[in-house]
Design a protein around this ligand. Structure first.
Ligand code: 5GP
Ligand code: ZN
Length: 115
């Protein structure tokens, strides 16, 4: 989608520190990390949020959750001590980039509830 920063990252028009890539998904380090490890996992296809997954993207949703997030977390050394997965949706969810993304945060203790 035009003017979407994450589409541009997926298309390698904007550089990022990529830690994982396959045909449908790319994961890269957050520009402003909130934890020692802060990776964003996104579908290459432009979907705005989890609200857009729908039935037609079930395979993609399962791939991200069942394959990619665990693989990235393990590769980043987070599986032993644990980590957090967050996806922000819309205004009150604190979503600033309107391209679906999952934050993987780790390397420190997380607080609950979040702010
Ligand atoms: P949100 O607030 O929408 O859940 O998260 C958006 C995240 O994208 C933020 O943590 C922000 O730091 C990150 N971000 C925004 N623009 C860029 C960029 O151009 N490159 C990278 N690597 N991260 C970005
Ligand atoms: Zn996009």
């Amino acid at each position: 989608m035009a003017d979407c920063v994450f589409c541009k990252i997926a298309e390698r028009e904007i550089p990022s520190a990529v830690v994982y890539e396959d045909e449908d998904v790319i994961a890269f380090r957050d520009l402003e990390p909130q934890a020692p490890v802060h990776v964003l996992v996104i579908p290459k296809k432009h979907l705005e949020s989890v609200l857009d997954f729908g039935k037609e993207n079930k395979v993609l949703a399962a791939h991200i959750l069942a394959d990619v997030i665990p693989e990235v977390a393990k590769a980043q050394g987070l599986s032993a001590k644990g980590f957090r997965v967050v996806t922000n949706v819309g205004e009150e969810g604190g979503q600033t980039v309107k391209h679906l993304h999952f934050h993987i945060l780790g390397g420190r203790s997380m607080q609950w509830p979040p702010g």
